[in-house]
Design a protein around this ligand. Structure first.
Ligand code: FCX
Length: 435
């Protein structure tokens, strides 16, 4: 069977030619006008970036290279037959747009394991961080510090720019390979004995779970699903966009992804998974103290109190989606199968019955439905992974797969520096009064 790099090398010339033809023959076709509202309003809906690896439909949700999450669960090889798809299989799909055979996915597992050794300074660096430094700060710093190993940064000065993609490929695969150990070190140093035990006889996710200190095979399956569904959400989300933007300066994949992680660490983005569990635990603790039952009425009261204190309901709403996130639904199905009686799952389910109605009544929320972050924490908690200020790191291990698969194509296609035009408020006023 062909290796991943061979498959990609064969695809590049055709894709380059197709893009060149598109630009040359249709480059002046318009894609819609931009309103003042969009310029002030965070560029919502402006089509301004090409993204190969996935596409987000407001109603249907994400498709990875055309495949929905249930399609991926059916078509991508798992660790065991009939199990959840592996992130290795998904990386193959994202990069090549082809569903790998089990043999190809296993080949990629072996390749990632072979690349997984951290540069010597990374472990002491993580051990030196203050215990109370947020795990995402540690994660972004450690990924940036691995940049000493970048083949791309060296190649920029030594090779023809047509060859740069080969070096981007090496860095990207090395980042995928090393993120789990970095993440595990941060976890074990902060919450456990600081020891990380690998098991390279397992797949990417199984080994990651062992390094974190978890041994339940069902938790391994959860991790596979978690890694797959958090990987990519088209290009406009802040972590993917930051990676793409920084990469467009020909900053290397380590630094580009460190930027992506900094974006993911914001509470309106990836940090929402930490916020959701904090909100649910606060709800549980307050109700217990007051002797209140957990039901629709009390949850509605708690939701209104959060809104009245000027805060958002974490895990609900989305900048693009207008329906329940299929990533939420996939996790709900996992919970129904593996932990139907879990008390926190019951709270999450009741919140789902109440919050959309409350947000709809506000009249300004464009999407009252839950997103991916509304569910992930309770699944982790069920298996004893209770340290919710760490959860965004797991999201960050996964998001690399999408953001960096696209970064590979950015470099293979030789996409230019991203540099949109900003305008002054005076310009906007001048246009407004002209109209
Ligand atoms: N709770 C309360 N108010 C909300 C809300 C929520 N969950 N979602 C949106 N709103 C409010 C906005 O704050 C805004 O109010 P304002 O006019 O007073 O500023 C108004 O509704 C309109 O916002 P809207 O257009 O619907 O949403 P945006 O595209 O601006 O923002 C996010 C989208 C995701 C940022 C928003 O829905 C939110 O803050 N949600 C909670 C945080 C969260 O779950 N983030 C994770 C998102 C995602 F899945 C991920 O990146 O991981």
């Amino acid at each position: 069977a062909s290796t991943l790099k061979e498959v990609l090398a064969a695809q590049i010339p055709e894709k380059q030619a197709s893009l060149l033809k598109l630009k040359k023959e249709h480059g002046d076709v318009g894609l819609g006008m931009v309103t003042i509202d969009q310029v002030i309003g965070g560029s919502r809906g402006i089509k301004t970036m090409m993204w190969e690896t996935s596409n987000l439909d407001p109603e249907e949700g994400i498709r990875f290279r055309g495949l929905t999450i249930p399609d991926c669960q059916k078509k991508l090889p798992g660790y065991q037959k009939g199990g959840e798809p592996t992130p290795e299989a998904l990386i193959w799909l994202l990069l090549t747009s082809e569903v790998p055979t089990k043999e190809q996915a296993d080949m990629l597992t072996a390749d990632l394991h072979a690349r997984s050794k951290l540069p010597a300074h990374i472990e002491p660096l993580i051990r030196s961080f203050p215990k109370d430094m947020h795990p995402m700060t540690q994660f972004a710093a450690a990924v940036a510090a691995m940049q000493t190993d970048s083949k791309f940064a060296v190649a920029y000065h030594t090779v023809n720019k047509k060859e740069l993609w080969q070096h981007a490929y090496e860095d990207i695969l090395n980042v995928f390979a090393r993120l789990p150990e970095i993440a595990a070190l941060i976890y074990r140093c902060r919450y456990a004995d600081g020891q990380v035990k690998k098991d390279l006889s397992l797949d990417y996710s199984g080994n990651f779970c062992r390094m974190l200190g978890f041994t339940d095979p069902t938790f391994d399956e959860l991790m596979r699903l978690y890694m797959v569904i958090h990987s990519d959400h088209e290009g406009g989300n802040a972590s993917a966009h930051a990676t793409h933007l920084v990469g467009s300066t020909l900053s290397d994949p380590y630094l580009s992804y460190a930027a992506g992680l900094c974006a993911l660490a914001g509470p309106l983005h990836g940090l929402a998974n930490q916020e959701v569990l904090g909100w649910i635990l606060q709800l549980q603790a307050e109700f217990k103290k007051a002797g209140k039952p957990v039901n629709k009425d009390t949850i509605e009261e708690f939701t209104l109190a959060t809104l009245n204190s000027g805060k958002v309901i974490p895990g609900y709403g989305h900048a693009v989606l207008r329906k329940t996130d299929p990533r939420y639904e996939a996790q709900r199905q996992f919970a129904l199968k593996h932990l139907p009686d879990d008390p926190l799952f019951h709270i999450v389910s009741t919140v789902y019955e109440v919050v959309p109605g409350v947000l709809t009544k506000l009249g300004k929320v464009k999407n009252p439905w839950p997103n991916v972050d509304a569910h992930s924490g309770v699944l982790l908690c069920h298996y004893g992974f209770t340290q919710h200020d760490y959860y965004t790191v797991l999201f960050g291990v996964s998001r690399a797969m999408g953001a960096l698969s696209q970064l590979f194509w950015d470099r293979a296609l030789g996409l230019p520096l991203e540099r949109p035009k900003s305008v002054t408020p005076e310009f906007l006023w001048s246009q407004a009064t002209k109209a």
